[in-house]
Design a protein around this ligand. Structure first.
Ligand SMILES: C[S@@+](CC[C@H](N)C(=O)[O-])C[C@H]1O[C@@H](n2cnc3c(N)ncnc32)[C@H](O)[C@@H]1O
Length: 319
């Protein structure tokens, strides 16, 4: 048997992307791939009020508001869109063919639409009906009739009743929860982005426990998070809080990847913060990977990484 060469290029060819702990969203390959995904027309920013700002811009919104005592949102703010390439890589690596994905804090349409394009069965929950409606509209426009339809439901990730429907049925838990109140999505009392910090931590921990009851044994879970600062400028330790919540739910830490974000306006924002307080511009997010049960059995069910391009089904000229 010929042994395969393990150069980064060969790894990327065999596993769609090189399986190292850094994912480089600043690279040309990543940006090209992302543009192809965006080309299919999802508008994951839709479904939120104009005042709901992206994780990155939320820092700027808050800083500007504190400086100017203003509550208006500056024109340079934009709304965050989950990276479709990140979703694609994680689905290919950690979900068995035709598997069911459960997303307790779904937000926009990206994770649902990418799942369907890869023939996965996605169910996402969100507390805001307007977001769910918008996601459904987009899926209808984009997906072909023979693709699985993503299901989005209005529901509370911390509530019990909805969870009875899917108990133990999911092959992958995948989400990007609110990062405290950095981005406040609504005034609903169940919206955890609207809660004081301690209540937020308790609610998120509970929602993770609930979500993990949806997961079959011998399966993986991923939460995409970042750290952020409290009002005294100190890090909250958010990735640790999420890790502890998964551990309390009985899952084990199986890996962590660092997503290097495209820099956007970070250089401009970092200059002032660094000069004033030596705060380092945060250019990454943490992709936390957990396993429920036996990883060897989980991996046996995954099979080989699929590298075929689902975008060709929608845009044959995109290769
Ligand atoms: C981080 S966001 C999504 C933004 C993200 N960048 C995206 O589109 O993937 C998290 C979502 O959690 C939702 N949410 C907040 N509290 C919730 C709850 N108790 N149950 C379900 N969803 C909730 C918010 O409405 C928001 O859409």
């Amino acid at each position: 048997m010929t042994k395969k060469i393990s150069k980064p290029g060969q790894l990327a060819e065999d596993f769609f992307y090189r399986p190292f702990t850094t994912l480089d969203a600043t690279s040309k390959w990543w940006q090209d791939r992302k543009n192809k995904w965006l080309g299919i027309g999802f508008r994951s920013d839709r479904g939120r009020r104009p005042s709901m700002k992206s994780m990155g811009s939320a820092f700027r919104v808050r800083e500007t508001q504190q400086k100017t005592k203003s509550t208006t949102i500056p024109a340079w703010s934009e709304t965050s869109i989950f990276d479709p390439v990140l979703a694609e890589i994680l689905y290919r690596w950690f979900v068995p063919a035709g598997g069911a994905v459960f997303d307790p804090f779904c937000g926009g349409s990206v994770r649902g639409i990418v799942a369907s394009m890869l023939d996965l069965h996605y169910t996402g929950l969100d507390i805001r009906p307007e977001q769910v409606r918008e996601n459904q509209k987009q899926a209808k426009k984009i997906l072909l009739p023979d693709m699985p339809k993503p299901i989005w439901k209005v529901g509370d990730a911390c509530g019990k009743s909805l969870y009875r429907i899917h108990r133990g049925q999911s092959d992958f838990i995948f989400s990007c929860p609110p990062y405290g109140d950095l981005e406040v999505y609504s005034k609903r009392k169940e919206d955890i982005s609207n809660m004081p910090w301690d209540t937020f931590v308790g609610a998120l921990t509970h929602s993770i426990k609930q979500a993990c009851t949806q997961l079959k044994n011998n399966r993986f879970a991923v939460f995409v998070v970042s750290d952020f600062r409290d009002k005294n400028g100190m890090y909250r330790g958010f990735p640790d809080i999420v890790r502890q919540a998964f551990n309390q739910a009985g899952l084990k830490n199986y890996g962590e990847l660092v997503l290097l974000n495209a820099l956007g306006t970070l250089p401009v924002r970092t200059r002032g913060a660094f000069e004033k307080s030596r705060k380092i511009g945060r250019a990454h997010q943490n992709v936390l990977l957990f396993v429920k049960g036996d990883p060897a059995k989980a991996i046996a069910d995954l099979g080989d990484v699929q590298c075929s391009d689902p975008l060709l089904k929608i845009m044959p000229e995109s290769s």
